[in-house]
Design a protein around this ligand. Structure first.
Ligand SMILES: [Zn+2]
Length: 297
């Protein structure tokens, strides 16, 4: 059988193998064991023989060929990372680089930053996107995820926490997964010290121009009437509340905001659920996602 050559192609192939071997209730994916087995099976001449944490300050993870005289490859995560979810995502991302990009790795090494957008070289940026895409599809297969949260559901933070537990990923990774297929208008805003660090909109939100561009512009302050700025006004910020009209966007629509403080990383996640427009309000030609900042979690 021909080998896949795309991020989704590899994720689907490995998902089928895992479903066959372990059944559908097999999550979370054991990435270290998968990496060793799959590389040995498909590429016996150059298997992944090392999977571990390593002191790589400033970087999230790394793919590296074994030193001269030894065979094989290693995939590494920054040993300063303590979150199991981030470690799992990073290793899956590095496995994606191994499957897709190892032959084009300069000097047999690829190092990965937390924000793929910070790479100025477009080819490198594209590789980062592909590795993220592989990791997302491998760890949270779409058909299984959709069985947890339907495309038309209006989920709460608790739903996303349950998904994060099921797949062994961070809360942010689970929310991003949902934003990719939901039919609802929703925007996730990640803020640091009162300013938007990055944001991601669902497609229906993008199509109605509900998004924040954070690249190549001055920092945007979070609105003073937002729940993120005033968490004390709400008994349970994770359940959230309906905001005064015009808080995040100039339009007069109702927005429900839920907030989670990720203390250990010093950032705040706001999930904005917007009202659902009729099809007549949707633009045919949405702004592309270039201004949004993807993040490798
Ligand atoms: Zn990478």
């Amino acid at each position: 059988m021909e080998l896949p050559n795309t991020p989704n192609g590899w994720a689907v192939r490995l998902t089928k193998i895992l479903n066959h071997l372990e059944g559908e209730n097999r999550f979370p994916v054991d990435v270290p064991s998968l990496a060793r087995n799959v590389s040995a099976q498909f590429f016996p001449e150059e298997p992944i023989t090392l999977v571990k944490g390593r002191d790589i300050p400033g970087f999230e993870g790394m793919l590296s060929r074994a030193p001269v005289g030894k065979t094989g490859w290693g995939i590494f995560y920054n040993s300063g990372i303590t979150s199991e979810g981030r470690i799992r995502f990073t290793l899956a991302h590095e496995l994606g680089h191994y499957l897709l990009h190892r032959n084009s790795a300069t000097e047999g090494i690829i190092v990965c930053d937390k924000k793929s957008v910070t790479f100025s070289d477009p080819e490198h940026k594209n590789k980062e996107r592909e590795a993220d895409q592989f990791a997302t599809n491998l760890l949270m297969p779409l058909d299984d995820f959709r069985r947890q949260i339907n495309a038309r559901d209006c989920p709460t933070i608790e739903h996303f926490s349950m998904c994060a537990d099921r797949y062994g990923v961070s809360l942010i990774a689970a929310i991003i997964r949902w934003l990719e297929y939901t039919e609802r208008r929703a925007v996730m805003v990640v803020s640091v010290d009162g300013f938007i660090d990055w944001a991601k909109s669902s497609r229906p939100a993008l199509q109605t121009r509900a998004f924040f561009k954070t690249v190549n512009r001055d920092p945007i302050e979070i609105p003073s009437a937002s729940l993120a700025a005033n968490q004390k006004v709400c008994d349970d910020p994770r359940q959230g509340m309906r905001l005064p009209k015009g808080t995040w966007f100039p339009s007069e629509e109702n927005i429900h905001e839920m907030v989670v403080d990720a203390d250990q990383y010093d950032f705040t996640i706001s999930l904005l659920l917007l009202s659902n427009f009729s099809a007549a309000n949707i633009e045919d030609d949405p702004d592309d996602e270039a201004g949004q900042t993807p993040m490798a979690f």
